[in-house]
Design a protein. Structure first.
Length: 159
């Protein structure tokens, strides 16, 4: 089973969220609002891609128990712009579980980038995005454990 997350869809949502954040904070000066709205523009996108790379790695670690081993990559500090991220699962997952994973991975990627950007531009909004990212990654971890591949524990007494 494979789950594919398109980077173009993630970038579109990040751009929309950036535009919305600048609209929600009219008290900011014009320059900060402009920086928030242009989060995915070419001069700002390098940081977005770095955070996305880190976030995808965190998702892979969170889902480690249910993912198939990935091929070994040459690890360097080159900035990559993948068109999609593929997650191959070793366990057979139901359609509802795959849908939940897809949405939560997408949400985590967007929230992580927005939390990073807001920490610099709109610090009071960063906490909200960080909370959303934390909730999404926690759901991913819980889902990985509940797929039957987590630690099995027997109750100490009959229920």
């Amino acid at each position: 089973m494979e789950l594919v997350i398109k980077s173009g869809e993630v970038l579109a949502d990040i751009g929309s969220a950036g535009w919305l954040e600048q609209e929600l904070h009219p008290e900011l000066d014009r320059h900060r609002r402009h920086q928030m709205a242009d989060i995915c523009e070419p001069d700002n996108a390098e940081r977005v891609w770095r955070v996305l790379g880190l976030s995808v790695a965190e998702v892979r670690v969170a889902l480690l128990k249910v993912l198939r081993p990935q091929p070994t990559y040459l690890l360097d500090n080159e900035l990559t712009h993948p068109t999609e991220w593929t997650f191959s699962f070793s366990a057979s997952l139901g359609d509802d579980t795959l849908l939940l994973l897809k949405e939560k991975i997408h949400e985590y990627l967007v929230a992580s980038v927005m939390a990073d950007r807001c920490a610099v531009i709109i610090p009071k909004a960063a906490a909200i995005w960080q909370s959303r990212a934390s909730t999404a990654i926690a759901t991913l971890r819980e889902t990985a454990v509940s797929c039957g591949l987590g630690r099995a524990r027997r109750p100490l007494w009959p229920v």
